[in-house]
Design a protein around this ligand. Structure first.
Ligand SMILES: Cc1cc2nc3c(=O)[nH]c(=O)nc-3n(C[C@H](O)[C@H](O)[C@H](O)COP(=O)(O)OP(=O)(O)OC[C@H]3O[C@@H](n4cnc5c(N)ncnc54)[C@H](O)[C@@H]3O)c2cc1C
Length: 247
């Protein structure tokens, strides 16, 4: 991209738009839930088994194996809250799921990443009073539950939509209307995703910890139905209070 941009804009004028994938700060997002993705790598028991991804579900969460090549696979699992010992929890989930038999051992190390669906409260701000416009793209704008497998696609969609906003504004369309459209499209995708999560997780999990996640999703959707969309900075969805981790 840098090559294609060439020397860039050397006019010294402030940029008309800033497009960023890293908006920073937790408060800028409305988040539905507090679940974590545990992730690590492990060797496959049968290294030639490189063409099959496996997904299973335990009471505590889902577990997924993705072949990475060279006899290794990515091990991912979702738990309904913070994890103090990600590697230990991942090993427990693997054992409970039955997927452990496909691995020579569980991952030696693992990370626990925030993974609850979230949306930026103000992903598009039009230029005003000599200040450039702002467009937030990628997971910084809209994060979807990893089970969807659509994180990269969503990131690309927001980038394509942001480029269309910049082009249309340069062609004379109202920047405010374009920004409102951008935010609306993101909110629609977010709410559609929350509805899917609610349907899947409510059918899969019955523990108290998962009920909290499911309730947080339901609350976010109810607020949307009542007109208090989670992307709106004036009426935002609060993150549920922190509770003890699932060990
Ligand atoms: C373990 C794991 C497995 C996943 N599996 C899948 C999958 O199977 N399918 C799928 O679709 N998605 C998957 N995802 C999600 C996917 O990776 C993300 O949705 C996607 O990468 C988001 O793209 P992005 O450009 O918004 O953010 P990123 O890919 O995080 O890129 C943002 C970049 O900005 C850089 N940056 C941050 N701050 C600054 C700054 N101040 N200045 C300059 N640069 C900065 C960061 O270093 C980073 O390189 C997975 C994620 C994880 C963690």
């Amino acid at each position: 991209m840098r090559e294609r941009l060439g020397a860039g804009d050397l006019s010294g004028e402030p940029a008309a738009w800033t497009v960023t994938a890293a908006p920073g700060g937790r408060a800028v997002h409305a988040q539905a839930g507090r679940r974590r993705l545990l992730t690590g790598t492990a060797p496959l028991r049968r290294p030639r088994e490189q063409d099959t991804a496996r997904l299973d579900c335990t009471g505590l969460g889902w577990v997924h194996l993705t072949p990475l090549g060279r006899g290794n696979c990515l091990v991912q699992a979702m738990v309904p809250g913070p994890a103090e010992d990600p590697a230990g929890l991942l090993a427990r989930l693997l054992a409970e799921s039955g997927l452990a038999s496909g691995l020579r051992r569980a991952p030696r190390t693992a990370a626990a990443l925030e993974a609850a669906p979230r949306i930026h409260r103000a992903p598009a701000v039009p230029p005003a009073a000599g200040r450039g416009g702002l467009l937030v793209v990628g997971a910084g704008a809209l994060r979807q539950d990893p089970l969807s497998g659509t994180g990269t696609a969503q990131a690309l969609r927001t980038a394509i939509l942001a480029a269309a906003v910049v082009d249309a504004a340069a062609a004379g369309t109202s920047a405010s209307a374009l920004c409102a459209h951008y935010a609306h499209r993101l909110r629609a995708a977010h709410l559609d995703h929350l509805a899917t999560c609610l349907r899947l997780y409510a059918a899969a999990f019955g523990s108290a910890a998962w009920r909290d996640e499911i309730d947080a999703t339901r609350r976010a959707l109810r607020r949307a139905a009542a007109g208090t969309l989670p992307g709106r900075s004036d009426r935002a969805v609060a993150e549920p209070p922190q509770e003890p981790p699932p060990r």
